[in-house]
Ligand binder design. Structure first.
Ligand SMILES: [Zn+2]
Length: 114
């Protein structure tokens, strides 16, 4: 039986063109990068995506990649792929927009049962 995400869609149904549209927007990427620098991880961080890719190919995970992947994983588990795509692809923007998402789903739940 396929593993289900919280949207009730089997994991295997997540299309690649949807998955590659997920990522931190420029503002949240900058915020995360600055936060990692402020806590002293600068010496482990790549200068650009080329260096990040080279590090990854060599078996070293850049803190930005590790942190952003964690954020995306948490967002997929808690919000679901569709919500992230509908909010433009940035998981942190989706969390920012959480109140309308929750009120909509809550309304659907209550209106369906009445
Ligand atoms: Zn964002």
């Amino acid at each position: 039986m396929p593993e289900m995400n919280n949207e009730g869609r089997p994991e295997e149904e997540i299309r690649m063109d949807e998955a590659i549209r997920i990522g931190l927007c420029d503002d949240h990427w900058s915020h995360l990068r600055q936060s990692l620098l402020e806590i002293g991880l600068g010496q482990y961080m790549s200068e650009d995506s080329t260096e990040m890719t080279e590090q990854m190919m060599a078996g070293t995970i850049d803190p930005m990649l590790a942190a952003s992947t964690t954020i995306i994983r948490v967002a997929l588990l808690s919000l679901g792929l569709d919500a992230i795509i509908q909010s433009g692809g940035c998981p942190l923007c989706t969390f920012r927009d959480i109140v309308p998402l929750i009120t909509d789903s809550t309304a659907k739940s209550y209106l369906r049962s009445n």
